[in-house]
Each structure stands twice: as C-alpha cells, then as structure tokens.
Write a protein that binds this ligand. Structure first.
Ligand code: CTP
Ligand code: MG
Length: 174
C-alpha cells in the first residue's frame, strides 16, 4: 500500500512545484491588467501571465520527466499539465478571495495560502481525468494518499517559501 501512496504523492509533484516555478518565472503584466473592483484589485500584482504560464508549463514538463522514470500517469501525458495548471488556477482563486476580503498582496492567510493550489489541481484533474483522479486520491488507498498529501503540503509550502525568501525570490517568508 505504501508504494501506491508514494506514487500518488510523486504524481502530484507538478501541482506542488508549479507555484515555486511561478515565483522564478513571474514578472511583467499582471493577469488582472491592474483592474480594480470596488476600489480593490481583482488579483493583484503578484499574479502575472508569465508566472501562470511559466509555472504551469514547467510544472507539466517536470511531470513528463517524472513519468519517464516510472510511468505515473497511466499514459495520459497531458495529465501533469492539468495538475500544474490546475494548481496555478487554484492559486488565482486564492488571490481573488484574498483581494475581495481586503487582504493585500503577500498577506499571510494560513489555510487559504496552503491549500488553494491543492484544491485547484484536484478540481481541474477531476474535470478532465476523473477516473484516474478518483482512483489515485479519493478511493480506497487513494484516500490515504490524499491525507498524506494534506499533511505534508503545509510543511513543504513553509519550507519552500522560506528558501525562496532567503534567495530573495520572494518578498515574504510565507
Ligand atoms: N507569481 C506570478 N504569477 C502567478 C503566481 C505567482 O508572477 N500567477 C509570482 C509573483 O512574483 C508572486 C510570487 O510568485 O509575488 C509568489 O506567489 P504568491 O505567494 O502566490 O503571491 P503573493 O505575492 O503572495 O500574492 P497573493 O497575496 O495574491 O498570494
Ligand atoms: Mg503569498
């Protein structure tokens, strides 16, 4: 069983790394083009097209490399891209909510910051690759994989952001 859980976690790597890769790729035109609603930005300057497309693509490519090593996606080669772009999409939803609540770019919002991308990745994967996603994360041993992921994500998120901050890639250590 632990092998199944481990391969489910490895398969999720594109979703886990997309946001870190976005930090490296980011900059330039913000996705909301600077637009405001009710005096507050829609997404904010922290969500750029370069970050979204760069993080999503590189995350997917990393998934393809992972797939070379062990065939983690049942032959669906676009599946890692669904996970990485889903992750970037979830991150956008998170920022949308943060801005509506009046929290500025970079505000530390514990549960939301740590799980928005996980939810986005599952949503898009369920939409496009429902049977694989159900089996890998929501049924039988998949549920154990899901719980393991939910436990390691906050620690991973914290660690990676700390590194990004120390490397001066990120303005905040969270
Ligand atoms: N980034 C980007 N485009 C994206 C996502 C992230 O350019 N679609 C880059 C930005 O430089 C951003 C950094 O990655 O500042 C860190 O991402 P994140 O912590 O999600 O953004 P914050 O700046 O903290 O903004 P928010 O409060 O909206 O989460
Ligand atoms: Mg942030």
């Amino acid at each position: 069983m632990w092998l199944i859980v481990l391969s489910g976690i490895i398969a999720f790597i594109p979703a886990l790394i997309a946001n870190s890769l976005a930090v490296i790729c980011g900059g330039g035109t913000p996705m909301d083009l600077g637009k405001e609603i009710g005096g507050k930005r829609v997404l904010g300057d922290g969500k750029t097209w370069r970050g979204f497309i760069g993080g999503g693509s590189l995350g997917g490519v990393m998934g393809l490399l992972i797939n070379q090593a062990g065939g983690f996606y049942s032959g669906y080669l676009l599946l890692p891209f669904a996970l990485s772009f889903g992750s970037m999409f979830g991150d956008l939803l998170g920022s949308l909510i943060k801005r509506r609540m009046g929290w500025d770019r970079g505000a530390n919002v514990p549960i939301l910051d740590q799980y928005d991308f996980v939810i986005g990745a599952f949503l898009i994967a369920l939409l496009i690759y429902r049977p694989w996603t159900m089996e890998t994360y929501f049924k039988d041993h998949g549920l154990v994989t899901l719980i393991a992921l939910l436990v390691i994500v906050p620690a991973l998120h914290r660690g990676v952001n700390m590194i990004g901050y120390k490397m001066k890639l990120k303005k905040e250590p969270w």
